[in-house]
Ligand binder design. Sequence first.
Ligand code: G3P
Ligand code: CA
Length: 235
Amino acid sequence: MLPEIVAHRGASADLAEHTLAAYELALAQGATGLECDVRLSKDGELVCVHDRRVDRTSSGRGAVSTMTLAELDELRWGGEDKPGVLRLESLLDLLPPGVRLWIETKHPVRYGGLVEAKLVALLARHGLAKPPSKDDSSVVVMSFSAHAIRRVQRHAPRLPTVMLSGIRLTPRIGDYAGPSIERLRADPTYVERAGRPVYCWTVDDPADVLLCRRLGVRFIATNKPAATLEVLRGT
Ligand code: G3P
Ligand code: CA
């Protein structure tokens, strides 16, 4: 079985990350998963922004958590002509059948658990918080924080989760293991020892794609869905 392709921040090597256009392109390129980061605006709305500040990816300056949704909406994101920040809800609406959204919650400490509570409430409103089984879930929740994963497990025990990890070891919780590609390069026995499906990020180099395939990684997060699929189809 070929690994599934998760478009990291959309087809973000081709188009600006966390824009609707980048996600639509990822789907057109054949991704069966979409990855996004979520933060809370000052007035408690879930928006898809990776960095703590808006400076790198928008026309504005300042921390996401200090700006209201209306203020974030006044900015242009990724050089788009039209202003408007990407809401998590827009990605849920975009999701075609059979495609999963892999949602990473950022800064659980700053938001004191509110981001996970708001996330589960939003998913519940969309009928996505209680999937028939974890394999059938349209959404997966991910975090580098064990606290955040445990909160999601408490609020929505039927949602699948990923405990993300870089090169350092993390607690063995979550339904999927989420190592970085650097970790797999350093420790090729990781996948067989994981004891659960592995989601590996962020895999753009063809040699790394082949390594993931060889090791039995189940989900590959990549900024380049089209090129990664091409490498996989050639194996
Ligand atoms: O998919 C996990 C990966 O996105 C974690 O790193 O910094 O790109 O959010 P980052
Ligand atoms: Ca992320």
